[in-house]
Design a protein around this ligand. Structure first.
Ligand code: SAH
Length: 482
């Protein structure tokens, strides 16, 4: 067997990146775009010692789980990996991914396949899109999505995962660039002006935000473009983000107002959030609500608890929990996000939430060692790389009754759970949440409880606050007399 050979194989599994996996002549082959259950013809791209990569040539016998992709760009586009797979099967794929990571990396042998909360309608769920701009062969500005593992733009103004307004905004920006001969930024030469357009929509409020990310501070005939964008129903905020660097980092630090405030607002349940172009906000609001409700259920708050929300962003989870807790402390590394978090607490009239700027692995140890702050419940929602060891160690030393771990990467989740479970915690519940339908990503929420707790603390969990204090007072009395 060698490169360029055509092989016929049955796809019997799928890898973590959504690629089909089949065996041929004792070798394992990875075939992108093939679906579990397909029989395919594929061309060998690369051979290794006992496995290889092959390109899908044709589907000889389609799997019963194969579906016609909704989007014509599904195969070349780097955004979606699972459009050809039935939605229920996608959820099953994600459940297995979580389970596999927990078994293989976490060493949890008795973990069952978790439930993954799916969407009723898995299309047009994203409230945020960042479209890169470039120039086509004829010299016209184009926008769309990057092809798989490249920065080649596939022209497309209507991604089916995003809102319909994206297309209206992008067509207006493209027409304006054409009319005024405004060049798109070119990553290879560092020349040109328009880098990206960021669009956000508050699903609960209908408010729209457009942020033009430029290698510069303004644009020819800006008022004309601004007026045109203002005609779009829901438009609330138009800004420019200045990024003068020759880098593929999307956003610069400086934000300039063009029209309206430099934020929009959105709501999740009864909490209102102010969102600026620079702050992190979950992209799938329908599923975010379900994710946070699960986190809240796992936190099982009675009203008196001290809760830490590490990696809190703009305080989304903190404020959600604050209504049910005694006190919530949020920690986040991005100063602007903390400003938003404080503002969000204020506009919601929440007084029992306090926020700190800094690294979780520095702030938490400091607060614990120097000021002796405690925790009844710790919620963490770290980025893909998971929690820093120093943060985990302090969490263990603070010995909260419960830890709620929200994760966007089940591999690092499994690694961190392994550590926590070696230090006296046990995994009580695991649930997946499909925040990113048609991609291989899955969010996981996990409840851990402290095995070392004394029986009286267990009693505390099942009583309401008054009962809790009554018992505590009785204990104090007893200690005094004995
Ligand atoms: N819980 C929030 C945000 C989760 S995203 C929400 O649901 O909206 C993860 C957040 O962790 C980001 O806001 C990121 O800026 C922040 N972050 C990354 N590294 C960090 C660190 N070492 N310490 C604290 N926060 C960090």
């Amino acid at each position: 067997m060698k490169k360029e050979d055509l092989i016929t194989l049955e796809i019997t599994d799928m890898g973590v990146d959504g690629e089909g996996i089949g065996r041929y002549d004792g070798f394992t082959f990875f075939v992108k775009d093939a679906v579990i259950g397909d029989t395919v013809e594929a061309k060998i791209l690369k051979m290794k010692k006992n496995y290889g990569y092959a390109r899908l040539q044709q589907v000889l016998k389609p799997s019963s789980l194969r579906r016609e992709p909704g989007c014509v760009h599904a195969r070349p586009c780097g955004g979606c990996q699972l459009q050809a797979l039935d939605y229920e099967a996608q959820l099953d794929f994600k459940a297995k991914k979580i389970q596999n990571h927990l078994i293989r990396i976490g060493g949890f042998t008795d973990i069952e396949k978790p439930e993954v909360m799916g969407m009723d309608n898995p299309w047009r769920y994203r409230n945020k899109a960042q479209f890169p701009f470039g120039t086509d062969r004829e010299g016209h500005a184009v926008t769309g999505f990057y092809a798989v593992r490249s920065h080649r733009i596939i022209p497309c103004t209507d991604c089916l995962l995003g809102v319909e307004e994206n297309q209206v905004v992008l067509e207006k920006v493209l027409a304006h660039m054409e009319r005024h001969q405004i060049p798109a930024y070119d990553e290879t030469t560092g020349k040109g002006l328009v880098r990206h357009v960021l669009i956000r929509k508050g699903f609960a409020t209908g408010e729209l935000m457009v942020c033009l990310i430029l290698k510069g501070r303004t644009l020819k005939a800006l008022p004309e473009l601004s007026s045109s964008l203002q005609e779009i129903p829901g438009m609330k905020s138009i800004t420019i983000n200045v990024n003068l660097e020759n880098t593929n980092v999307i956003m610069g630090k400086e934000l300039l107002p063009v029209w309206g405030p430099m934020y929009i607002t959105d709501r999740i349940r009864e909490i209102t959030y102010r969102i600026s172009p620079l702050s992190f906000y979950q992209v799938n609001p329908v599923q975010t609500k379900r994710l946070y409700e699960t986190a809240l259920e796992y936190a099982d708050l009675r009203g008196h608890e001290i809760v830490w929300d590490l990696y809190c962003g703009i305080g989304t989870i903190s404020l959600f929990l604050a209504r049910k807790a005694g006190k919530v402390y949020g920690v986040e590394i991005v100063p602007e996000a903390i400003e938003d978090a404080r503002e969000n607490a204020r506009i919601n009239g929440i007084k029992n939430a306090e926020f700190f700027v800094g690294k979780a692995e520095e702030v938490l140890p400091r607060k614990y060692q120097e000021e002796g702050v405690r925790a009844d419940v710790i919620v963490v929602d770290p980025p893909r790389k998971g929690c820093d060891p120093a943060a985990l160690e302090t969490m263990v030393r603070m010995a909260p009754e419960r830890i709620v771990y929200i994760s966007c990467d089940s591999a690092t989740l499994a690694r961190d759970l392994k550590y926590l479970c070696g230090e006296g915690y046990e995994v009580k519940k695991v649930k997946g949440c499909d925040m990113f339908a048609f991609t291989t990503h899955v969010e996981t929420v996990c409840l851990l409880s402290n095995r070392k707790l004394k029986p009286d603390t267990y009693i505390k969990l099942s009583l309401d606050m008054e009962d809790y204090y009554r018992i505590k007072d009785a204990e104090k009395e007893k200690n005094k007399t004995s």
